[in-house]
Design a protein around this ligand. Structure first.
Ligand SMILES: [Zn+2]
Length: 765
């Protein structure tokens, strides 16, 4: 009764104490390092916890059973069975210590050791009693496996290395899952005296301690003699490894996105990463002689959209030059790199096909007059040429047709997270890169072109969810990539393009306004690669060029990542078809279009207009004069097929002394207004009010009078509010002085065909 009563009392006392003094559980789980791994599970970077300890977490399931056996057998053989304290082991330890003449085994159980590590105390009898209570508490509240895991993660290994995972990494360079017997024995002996058994500083003591552990395990029959003998010959580690700092920008980006976690597996292919780091560094060291400070590159594996390499600057550790900034994630101005997506969108909307004619002539969109990079004009060009030569006006006109909101929508759906403004705030300059993008997102957008037009977000961890959406049709994507493969730039050294191992590549360069950014993005085989160079401090560098300054690095990387790479094959099915068009207008041929060519189109999408170039006129066989109106009934006449040009193109050609088709003059007998087009006023424009600057005489603020008119329109007479103000040929530069107020301007050609426009002039502020 007394014994039972005593036991019951003990239980009551334990639960009372357990209730009053709960175990400080948080001390069992101190903050651990975040280890970022590459795709082959090699650590790229270890972010230490705030206290700076080299403490890495491991699950018990990923610790070598050899180490667990070794630790349990050496430290606490009855661990699984006792309630936290083990009086027998205390007695045995005392006996064996006396026999050996020195301490070879502590009397503490594993739970007691955990309690001591969690709350270190001086070794007094009272402390030992508290420790025993804590040990029972731990055993009561935790399973054996939980306690073992806590123990494995807390063991001290000298310096600031804590836990078996960190010890395995820093002493042996691998995970704790593959520890050998010799390694396990060393990790068993070290926590008993981390300074004494430090294998680097005191190799003899460490070896003795390690071998003693193995001998004891052999004696107890845990491991066979032969294995112990073999492992005793294994040399000790001679150094501790440094904290790895590979792919530093990428690793930090991953940590910032996912938050701290014991292990983060990523998509980095360390072979490619090293190549990219080395090539970028070399490339930038050359550019620095040229006042370009830094750059970034990213390599995306198209089928998985995994980032396989990301280099955020030439040297992460460099002071100055913005070395620590991840320039692959910095918002920069994209220059011409968005144009391919604009033309792809226009093709999907049916507005054009690669051989459609676009006009590269001066335009004015309410005061916005884009110019080309080289300040020349090309007149009429095919869309594919406009893209290959990166002409600006055709791109702006194409954006005006597709509309800004729908292009912004496409870019946002394509993953450009930085287009945060209202579409109308971007306006037409968006076609030329009037916005900001990140290299990572831009490169991934290009990957869509090689992935049947599908958008999928890029991945930095293999486990991330797959979402995908159809951004562009497979046909428009394929055609666009084909067009980009035809790009050749005179400023690129020819040797880049002609080398034997040059993979098939679709690529585009870009140079931002203000000479701040140079881009080159390319696709080949399974990889999309993006390169940016410029000055991180935003300092412009006059004459910076995507082709000259970013292009060579792009091709270097393409060759390394994708040797012999090919571009995707034409999509299956009948989405792309050849259509017969007029050879002069590239539009739908009419009965007067005698020359025809075939043109690649998107089946069922590409819309055509009837040809406006080829016309039939009637001429007087005697005089050669053109006949029209009522004359056609009276006279004997000849039919003649002629080719004209659209009025705006004819006007530009005439202004630049280029040949313009002129129709035979109208017969003086025909005084009726001929068929054909009336002039159309293009300036002044009704859409925007004109502002007069205060303090400047009106004669210096004249407004240009311009109209698109037929080449045979003769003299144009200009009337302001009914009063003649100027006259001249359609290609002459004419002006008028106009006061503030609302006005009507009219123009009449020599056949009496007229046009008029209402517009407003406001006094300046
Ligand atoms: Zn035609």
């Amino acid at each position: 009764m007394v014994i039972l009563g005593g036991i019951a009392l003990c239980f009551v006392a334990f639960f009372a104490l357990d209730f009053m003094y709960p175990f400080p559980e948080h001390k069992l789980h101190p903050a651990t390092a975040t280890v970022v791994y590459d795709r082959d599970h090699n650590p790229l970077r270890i972010f230490l916890p705030p206290d700076g300890a080299r403490r890495m977490h491991t699950d018990i399931s990923t610790v070598s059973p050899v180490l667990i056996q070794s630790l349990i057998a050496s430290e606490d053989g009855w661990f699984e069975y006792h309630p936290g304290i083990n009086p027998f082991s205390a007695i045995r330890a005392a006996v064996s210590n006396i026999r050996a003449g020195h301490v070879i085994s502590g009397a503490s159980t594993i739970p007691m050791q955990i309690a001591r590590m969690a709350e270190p105390k001086r070794r007094t009898l009272l402390a030992k009693l508290k420790e025993s209570f804590r040990a029972v508490q731990l055993k009561w509240h935790h399973s054996n496996d939980e306690l073992l895991e806590i123990y494995l993660n807390m063991l001290p290994y000298g310096g600031n290395i804590e836990g078996v995972a960190a010890a395995s990494h820093f002493y042996f360079g691998h995970d704790p899952s593959t520890l050998s017997l010799a390694q396990s024995a060393l990790l068993t002996t070290m926590p008993r005296g981390p300074a004494t058994y430090d294998p680097v500083r005191h190799p003899k003591q460490a070896e003795r301690g390690r071998n003693l552990v193995m001998e004891q395990l052999e004696e107890r029959g845990v491991f066979p003699s032969a294995e112990v003998e073999r492992n005793k010959k294994v040399p000790l580690p001679t150094r501790t490894r440094r904290v790895p700092l590979k792919a530093p920008h990428f690793s930090r980006m991953v940590l910032e996105r996912t938050g701290p976690a014991p292990t983060i597996e990523t998509t980095i292919d360390y072979r490619l990463q090293q190549i990219a780091e080395e090539r970028l560094k070399n490339h930038i060291s050359l550019l620095r002689n040229d006042d370009i400070d830094n750059g970034a590159c990213v390599i995306i594996h198209i089928p998985t959209r995994e980032i396989r390499a990301l280099v955020g600057s030439a040297d992460y550790f460099e002071k100055g030059y913005g070395g620590a900034i991840n320039l692959a994630e910095t918002k920069r101005s994209p220059g011409s790199t968005l144009k391919p997506f604009l033309y792809a969108l226009a093709m999907d909307k049916g507005l054009m096909a690669p051989a459609s004619y676009l006009y590269d002539i001066p335009v004015d969109y309410s005061g916005y007059s884009p110019e080309n990079y080289d300040q020349t004009w090309s007149g009429q060009v095919e869309m594919r040429e406009a893209l290959a030569r990166s002409l600006n006006v055709p791109a702006v006109k194409t954006l005006a047709q597709t509309t800004v909101p729908s292009f912004v929508d496409l870019l946002r759906k394509g993953g450009l997270s930085t287009l945060e403004k209202n579409p109308m705030e971007y306006g037409l300059p968006l076609a030329l890169g009037g916005c900001e993008v990140k290299l990572t997102e831009l490169t991934n957008l290009y990957a869509c072109l090689a992935d049947s037009g599908r958008y999928r977000p890029y991945k930095i961890r293999p486990s991330e969810n797959e979402i995908s959406s159809q951004l562009l049709s497979p046909e428009a994507s394929w055609i666009t990539l084909q067009m980009l493969s035809k790009v050749s730039r005179p400023e690129m050294n020819e040797t880049w393009m002609l080398t034997n191992d040059m993979p098939e590549t679709g690529w585009k360069t870009g140079t931002s306004f203000g000479h701040r950014d140079a881009w080159a993005i390319g696709i080949s085989g399974e990889y999309a690669i993006g390169v940016w160079v410029g000055n991180p401090d935003g300092r412009p560098r006059k004459g910076i060029s995507g082709a000259v300054h970013a292009g060579p690095l792009l091709f270097d990387l393409l060759r390394a990542a994708s040797p012999g790479g090919k571009l995707p094959a034409q999509p299956d099915g009948s989405g792309i078809s050849e259509v017969k068009v007029c050879a002069h207008s590239h539009q739908l041929p009419g009965s007067f279009c005698t020359d025809r060519i075939t043109m690649q189109t998107l089946s069922g999408k590409t819309q055509f207009k009837p040809c406006e170039y080829c016309r039939q006129i009637f001429v007087d066989p005697k005089s050669g004069f053109r006949l029209s109106g009522e004359c056609l009934d009276r006279k004997k006449l000849d039919k003649k097929i002629v080719r004209t040009l659209p009025a705006q193109l004819a006007r530009w050609r005439a202004e630049n002394s280029m040949e313009v088709p002129i129709l035979p003059p109208l017969s003086p007998d025909c005084d009726l207004i001929p068929a054909g087009n009336a002039p159309r006023i293009i300036s002044p424009a009704s859409s925007t009010p004109y502002l007069l600057r205060k303090g400047t005489p009106l004669k210096f603020q004249q407004i240009s009078l311009r109209a698109n008119a037929e080449a045979d329109s003769g003299t144009l007479h200009w009337f302001l509010d009914g009063r003649l103000v100027n006259k001249g040929k359609f290609d002459q530069k004419l002006f008028a002085e106009i006061k503030a107020g609302k006005h009507k301007i009219s123009v009449t050609d020599s056949f009496g065909r007229t046009d008029s426009v209402l517009f407003e002039v406001r006094g300046g502020d």
